[in-house]
Design a binder for this molecule. Sequence first.
Ligand code: ADP
Length: 261
Amino acid sequence: LEEQIAKSQKMQAVGNLAGGIAHDFNNVLTIITASVDFLLLNHRTGDPSFQDLLLIKQSANRAASLVRQLLAYSRRQTMRPKMLNLTDVIADMHLLLKRVSGDHATLERQHGRDLWPVMADIGQFEQVITNLVQNARDAMPDGGKITIATRNVGASEARRFGYGELVDGDYVLIEVADTGTGMPPDVAERVFEPFFTTKEIGKGTGLGLSMVYGIIKQSNGFIFVDSKSGQGTTFRIFLPRFIPSEVGGTVPESAAAAANA
Ligand code: ADP
């Protein structure tokens, strides 16, 4: 038994480490990919550097797919939730998200006032948003608009959304909407399945949204997709409102972990 415990602790440590590194790597890779894309635009196919740039891009894509698999593995590991204001977290990601959404798409943020706090792991939440924005960009090859919105949804309004899984209670709602290709119902039904992808080989791993789903479930939240072919897609994430027990104070990490258990 002791051997088993030691092994599982080791697995967890490796998972945490891998998740942490993979997350940082992902941000770096996003910038490499976006920069290479930009350089490629300024080179013609016959230019001497064109093939080299293409190779950089393909390698970065492969690295990104490996990193995503690592993240999928590490999502089963413990997370370190903290009390977060998601409006601030998303505002801090603005430059990165603009890079991710590319030149064709415009990125808009709409934040409701006085957003309630939630308990979440900031690194994982950033990963969730980055993934949704990446998918939105991929769904808009000819450009369009990506809107990220946050607002409070009280118990009575949550019921009106008509998502059966939502239980009574206060939620923070995060919406990522695009004006892209949308999906037919049979695709929309399967998007959270691991390895489900409609992208060509090398472009998609089908792990992005299954990872997103895992993170949101672990945070005691819900995620739903609304999509119409030819019109666009909206992902809605509901995270439970966190009510700090000590008025005015920040929550110690041990309490944060307990609240999440
Ligand atoms: P991947 O992006 O590697 O394909 P995901 O799990 O992130 O893996 O997405 C799975 C599939 O869901 C995508 O291949 C695509 O068909 C569909 N999808 C996800 N987001 C969107 C979106 N915003 N618009 C249209 N289709 C989407």
